[in-house]
Design a protein. Structure first.
Length: 74
């Protein structure tokens, strides 16, 4: 891994840490980079899905409702 030095607006970094729930600047920047990559790749993923041909059993597959965990009396 390469060490990179950048100037970051401290007020924006503080807000980003609060919004993201991260504890360090490194965690925050890493999450921001992963999020940016995912967001930019999302349209391509949607286009691939649109072009997908599904089998009839996939289209008519039953919907499974997730079960909820029972509440504890703690």
């Amino acid at each position: 891994m390469t060490v990179t030095s950048i100037d970051i607006d401290q007020a924006e970094l503080k807000l980003a840490k609060e919004v993201a729930g991260t504890a360090t600047a490194r965690e925050t920047v890493d999450l921001a980079l992963r999020t940016l990559i995912a967001v930019r790749r999302q349209p391509a993923a949607v286009e691939r899905l649109i072009g997908t041909t599904f089998e009839p059993d996939q289209i008519d597959a039953p919907t499974i409702t997730p079960s909820t965990a029972p509440e504890s009396d703690a």
